[in-house]
Design a binder for this molecule. Sequence first.
Ligand SMILES: Nc1nc2c(c(=O)[nH]1)N(C=O)[C@@H](CNc1ccc(C(=O)N[C@@H](CCC(=O)O)C(=O)O)cc1)CN2
Ligand SMILES: Nc1nc2c(ncn2[C@@H]2O[C@H](COP(=O)(O)OP(=O)(O)OP(=O)(O)O)[C@@H](O)[C@H]2O)c(=O)[nH]1
Ligand SMILES: [Mg+2]
Length: 436
Amino acid sequence: MRSDDTIFAIASGYGRAAVSIVRLSGARSRFILETMAGSVPDSRRASVRLLRDPASGEPLDQALVLWMPGPHSFTGEDQAELHIHGGLATRAAVLRVLGSLNGCRAAEAGEFTRRAFLNGRMDLSRVEGLADLIDAETEGQRRQALLQLEGRLGNAAEGWREDILQVLALIEASLDFSDEGDVPEGLEADILRRLKVLGEELGRVLANRSGERLREGLTVVLAGAPNAGKSTLLNMLAKRDVAIVSPIAGTTRDVIEVHCDLNGLPVVIVDTAGLRESGDVIEQEGVARARARAEAADVVLWLLPPEGGAGEPPSARRLLRVGTKADLNLVRHDCDLVVSAATGEGLPELIGLLEKEAEAALGQGEALLTRERHRRALERAHASVIRAMEMLEFDEPAELIAEEVRLASRAVGAITGRVDVEDMLDRLFSSFCIGK
Ligand SMILES: Nc1nc2c(c(=O)[nH]1)N(C=O)[C@@H](CNc1ccc(C(=O)N[C@@H](CCC(=O)O)C(=O)O)cc1)CN2
Ligand SMILES: Nc1nc2c(ncn2[C@@H]2O[C@H](COP(=O)(O)OP(=O)(O)OP(=O)(O)O)[C@@H](O)[C@H]2O)c(=O)[nH]1
Ligand SMILES: [Mg+2]
C-alpha cells in the first residue's frame, strides 16, 4: 500500500441507486479527471461532463464532476469526485477504467480519512466522531458523533494540554531560581492552584459515563425462569419475530440481542436462556451466559410468570420485577408492573419505564468521552495531576514533579493522537467503509 498512489473508491453505497459518487485523492487526480472528462472544471464547481475511457475513447457515462485541489480538501490532497449514474454496470465500467490507469488504485477501508489524519486535516478524536457518525443509528448517537466530529472533545483535550504545558513551563522556570531544586513558595501556590483547577475539571469529565453508554447503547437483559415469557416479550419490544417461542421450557439457549431506538436513545435488548439447574450441557452453558449478561447489564427485567418458580434473581445493578402473562388473571406478588404479550396490557408502561431508565443513564448531556480509549487516557492524566499536587506539597524535587506533569500532557495528547497512537490507528481506520 503506497501512500503516494492516487486512490479511488465508491463513496456512496453499493446497491442500485440514482447516483453514485466516486472519490479520487492524490497527485494524479487532476490528470485523471482531465483525461476522463475532457477538461477540468473550475475548482469546487459542480459541472456536467461526458466521461470516457481514455484508452478507447468509449463513452462511459454522463456525470457531474468536481475538482477540489489540495490542501483545501477533505484529505488535504488534490481530490476529484465523479457523480455518476448509480447502475451496477455504470459503476463497474468507471471503476474498471480507473483501476487500469497508472499510479491509481482502489482505496483501502478508511484510507481517505487516514490521509486526512496524516495530513493534519483531522485529529484522532474527530476521526472517531466521523466513524461514529457513519455508524449512528439513533438521534442521540448522531448528535453526539457530530459534536465529536466538529471537535468538541478534541478542542477540550487541546485546551487541557495547553494548561498542563503552562504548569510545566512554570515548574521549569522555577528550576532556574532555586538552589535546592525545590519550587519557590510564590510559584508553588500558583502551580498548585492551576493543578487543582485542572484536576477538578478532569474529575468532572470522568464522572460522566453517558457518552460511552450512548455510543454503545443501554443494555437491558430479559432474565427469568424458563417459560417466563422472555422471548415473547423480546419479540414484542423488537416488533418482529426475532426469537423462537414455545411452551417447552428451555427453548432459548443462546443470547439474542436486538438494537432498539427509544426516543432517540439506543437500547440493546438481550434475551437469555431461562435460569434453572439443568443436566443438559448446552443449556448449562446458556444459563451461565445468561447470568453473566444479567450481571453486566445496565438494567435487568426479572420476568415472573404467574405459575411461579422464579428462583433467586441474578445480582444486577438495576432490577425491575415484571410479572408476565397478565391475561391469565392469576394473583401476583411483588411486581413493579405486569404485562401481557397476549393482550398488550402493560407494554406501554414497560416501554415508558425503559425510556426513563435510558434517559437517566444516557441523557445527562455534555458527555465528552465516548470511548474507553478516551477514559483510559484521561484517567492517566488525572492521576498524574493529582500525584504532581501531592509531590509539590511534600516538597519533592522540581525535576520529578516536572516529569509527572509531562506524563499528564502525554496522556491528554493521546486523545487527539499527538502521541502513543500508532498501535490503534490500523484498528480504527480498518473499521471504516471503503470510500471514507
Ligand atoms: N460529495 C461529497 N459529499 C460529502 C463529502 C464529500 O467528500 N463529498 N464529505 C466528506 O466527508 C462530507 C462533507 N465533509 C467535507 C469536509 C471537508 C471538505 C473540504 O473540502 N474541506 C476543505 C474546504 C472547505 C471549504 O471552504 O469549502 C477544507 O477544509 O479546507 C469537504 C467535505 C459529507 N458530504
Ligand atoms: N397467555 C400468555 N402466554 C404467554 C405470554 N407470554 C408468553 N406466553 C407463552 O409462554 C410460553 C413460553 O414463552 P417464551 O417466550 O418462549 O418463554 P421464555 O421465557 O423465552 O422461555 P425459555 O426460552 O424456555 O426460557 C409460550 O407458550 C408463550 O406462548 C402471555 O403474555 N400470555
Ligand atoms: Mg426464550
